[in-house]
Design a protein around this ligand. Structure first.
Ligand code: ANZ
Ligand code: ZN
Length: 762
């Protein structure tokens, strides 16, 4: 028999698989359960890198395994093909974004073939295909009808160089544009948003039952950031030389924002039980209170200087990076604590964010660390009102007041006590535990209409507008008479027009504003002159529903046929990177819930199973990058060792969810292993088709290995499955004769990992 030569084997089988179409899956196969094994479809950057191999070749082991276990497996692939790089290439090298992207897709598809993955290319989905984005637009119209798509002026991260709005996640920790490193500034712009906050509770509550990594569930819960607490009204009093008087804004100053036309502001707290310890209040620099000129702040100039400085900082700088809390007292103004009627000073400080809660807080330095630091710095009183149930020494709560003075001293000298405990110095509430006090106090607030229990979320509505060319046009027109008018369904898709010049039109306008013929249309409602919306959609919109399309990729009348969706969805297993823990996975869940509420799909969670994969680092244990010169080229490795060896090495590197560093000689190990397997076929005794190995121990080991490989694959422990096969093969090598039946078993368990050589040996 000749030597193992992957070159002569692999290409041949890849061609055979393609020509026979064996991986093109039917919607039903008798006696088999359907299973869509989903991986995150790639962005067509132009070249498959080793990370792509890790993301697609290793899950292919699972796809092939599930097929061997009798499932009707769909292993689909597509391209998330809109986005900035195509447009940047267009601007930089004068290439057409569509031509650039399509060329990349063609090249990557060829590279995919060398992986030997069991992909069903007949179901390929590409987000730039008008047959696909027609439905992305259609879903927008459904959202619009339901009030889930709306326009609002929002403060956005603005990159002055890319001239585009950036998502928070596209801004680096240093406050720079992720792509071009320019310093990001804040800017107010009218944007389109999806109202994901309407789904905040369901997005948190429904996550419990999913078979997902705990780390992903936690990341989503933190991202949504639900806090249960209360809002409380604090009356504003102005003090002047005659003393303090009740302040009433003139009626003429009625503002759309409730809070600045009334004589109070609202705070949000999760610790209502500490309210007797409130010694001052803080409002955010962007708080609407400052818009009211009637509010005579004696030191307005100083305050406005502080505000304008604060607006230059990013949220991260304000909250985490800046260790020293700063602020300015609003002279001439006091806030009244509704429980004590005490008047406390009001500060503006940038550690309070306008975008969270109500943008104002009651400060309780005895029980909040930030407030404690601030109080020490500005010499504000610290008033303990909650003590630990048992401190270093016994605390006596007989009448709710007698306490160990050492506990008090500890708080005053060492820092806030932030836990729950028993209340002191809190009138009738003294002696209650924190939980009970919160309940009772909230009741009192509600009875007196001074506040109420409330939940707040960190999650904001999703800004989907991008001022970019290479994206899905938002299907609305702006009419002078009718305002914003949705494009009728029958006119979809609104195709992207061809452009010569892809530079943004300036003033935050998309390059599409330059496409005059395309922009100027008749209003679908009144027939008058109107203009198309020129913003395009965030690419995360495109990828929020692509997995549904795999069930019915060519449907021209619906985004997918109901019967077909029932056959394939929801997705039982989705494999991808931990970087998508929040945005992509959350957006897809939101889309699914919206479609579910519209009665368009019959499942309310898109992915019942989820596993994350790690990252392949360079041989130097660093992230691979051209500048470090530690990039591993999969094509070169395949040429040298064969695809089967590369696949196996990737699976062998470690637990699939962990990062692993590529070892230069690593693939030689799996290559040698496959050579051994190949050479075992010399020992086959064709005539003696005896079912068992002569050596009882070895027969035993073979079956133990089958069991172990099975369980390991099911649990994503591909590395230990390979170790087990290596041990088995070493033992089999010592035999002189190997029955064909035993060898077939070995080839079967090997085939998901090294499909080409397994097919050849079979
Ligand atoms: C009084 C208090 C006393 C608070 C105490 C905490 C401890 P989470 O859990 O993250 O929701 N807060 C409210 N709005 C804020 C804003 N816009 N910017 C900065 N801080 C804000 O945090 C809620 C707590 O964070 C609230 O409860 C408020 O401080 C503060 F012993 O109110 B607390
Ligand atoms: Zn009109």
């Amino acid at each position: 028999m000749e030597k193992y030569d992957p070159k002569s084997i692999e290409h041949k089988w890849q061609q055979r698989w393609r020509e026979s179409g064996i991986y093109e899956v039917k919607d039903a196969a008798e006696g088999k359960e359907n299973h869509m094994l989903l991986t995150e479809f790639p962005y067509p950057s132009g070249n498959l890198h080793i990370g792509h191999w890790y993301a697609f070749a290793v899950p292919d082991i699972l796809a092939r395994f599930l097929r061997l276990r009798g499932k009707n497996v769909m292993y689909p692939m597509g391209f998330d093909a809109f986005g900035l790089p195509a447009e940047n290439a267009a601007i930089k090298h004068g290439l057409n974004p569509r031509a650039w992207t399509e060329k990349n897709i063609a090249h990557m598809t060829e590279q995919f073939a060398t992986m030997g993955a069991s992909i069903d290319w007949s179901r390929q989905v590409s987000t730039i295909d008008p047959d696909y984005y027609k439905w992305t637009q259609w879903i927008f119209l459904k959202m619009f009808e339901k009030g889930l798509a709306y326009r609002k002026e929002v403060t956005v991260n603005w990159c002055p160089s890319c001239k585009t709005v950036l998502a928070n996640e596209q801004v680096t920790n240093e406050g720079r544009c992720e792509r071009c490193e320019t310093e990001v500034v804040q800017k107010n712009l009218e944007q389109w948003l999806y109202k994901i906050t309407d789904y905040a509770d369901r997005l948190i509550d429904d996550i419990e039952n999913l078979d997902w990594p705990e780390s992903t569930k936690l990341a989503q819960k933190n991202w949504i950031g639900r806090s249960e607490g209360a809002t409380i009204k604090f009356e504003i009093k102005i003090s002047n030389s005659d003393g303090i008087s009740n302040f009433q804004f003139p009626i003429s100053k009625q503002s759309p924002n409730d809070q600045i036309s009334k004589n109070y502001f609202e705070v949000f707290t999760t610790r209502l039980d500490t309210i007797f310890g409130c010694t001052y209040c803080v409002v955010a620099p962007e708080h609407p209170i400052f818009e009211n000129r009637e509010l005579r702040i004696e030191n307005r100039e100083e305050v406005e200087k502080y505000i304008s400085d604060a607006k230059k900082k990013t949220n991260l700088e304000r909250t985490e990076l800046q260790k020293d809390k700063t602020g300015v007292e609003l002279k001439g103004i006091k806030a009244v604590n509704p429980f004590t009627n005490e008047e406390v000073p009001v500060f503006v400080a940038d550690y309070v964010l306008a975008t969270y809660g109500t943008g104002a807080v009651m400060a309780v330095p005895a029980h909040d660390e930030r407030d404690w630091e601030f109080a020490k710095k500005y010499k504000l009183p610290i008033k303990p009102v909650v003590l630990p149930r048992s401190g270093s020494k016994e605390v006596v709560f007989d009448d709710g007041e007698s306490v160990n003075p050492e506990e008090i001293k500890k708080i005053l000298d060492n820092g806030a006590f932030t836990g729950d405990g028993r209340l002191i110095n809190s009138d009738d509430y003294s002696g209650m535990n924190s939980q009970k006090a919160r309940e009772e106090m909230a009741k009192w607030l509600e009875e007196n209409k001074l506040g109420k229990k409330e939940k707040k979320y960190r999650l904001h509505d999703w800004v989907i507008s991008r001022q970019r060319y290479w994206g899905v046009p938002i299907p609305v027109v702006h009419c002078e008479k009718c305002g914003v008018v949705p494009v009728p369904e029958k006119d979809l898709p609104i195709e992207l027009p061809d452009l010569k010049d892809f530079l943004p039109a300036g003033d935050g306008k998309s390059p599409l504003a330059k496409a005059e013929v395309w922009v100027n249309v008749k209003c679908p409602q009144c027939g008058g002159d109107a203009k198309r919306e020129t913003d395009t959609m965030d690419t995360f919109v495109d990828s929020s529903w692509y997995f549904i399309r795999y069930a019915d990729p060519k449907n021209e009348n619906k985004f997918a046929d109901e019967a077909k969706m029932k056959k394939w969805l929801p997705v039982p297993m989705y494999i991808g990177g931990a970087e998508h823990n929040t945005m992509h996975l959350l957006y897809s869940r939101f889309f699914t819930k919206v479609l579910f509420d519209l009665g368009l799909v019959n499942f309310s969670e898109p992915f019942t199973g989820r596993r994350n994969h790690g990252i392949i680092l360079g041989p130097d244990n660093q992230k691979m990058s051209k500048s470090r010169g530690n990039v591993v080229d999969p094509d070169a490795e395949v040429k040298k060792y064969g695809a089967d060896s590369v696949r196996m090495y990737l699976a062998f590197m470690g637990p699939y969810d962990q990062n692993a560093s590529w070892q230069m000689q690593g693939v030689t190990g799996t290559r040698r292993f496959l050579e051994k397997v190949y050479n075992l076929s010399e020992k086959l005794k064709a005539k003696s088709e005896k079912p068992l190995l002569k050596n009882n121990n070895l027969e035993n080991l073979l079956h133990k290995t089958i069991k172990k490989v099975t369980e390991d694959i099911e649990n994503f422990r591909f590395n230990t499955a390979i170790s087990a096969m290596m041990i088995l093969v070493n033992e089999m090598e010592k035999e002189e004769n190997i029955p064909i039946a035993s060898f077939k078993l070995l080839i079967t368990i090997l085939s998901p990992f090294a499909p080409h050589v397994a097919e050849e040996l079979w």
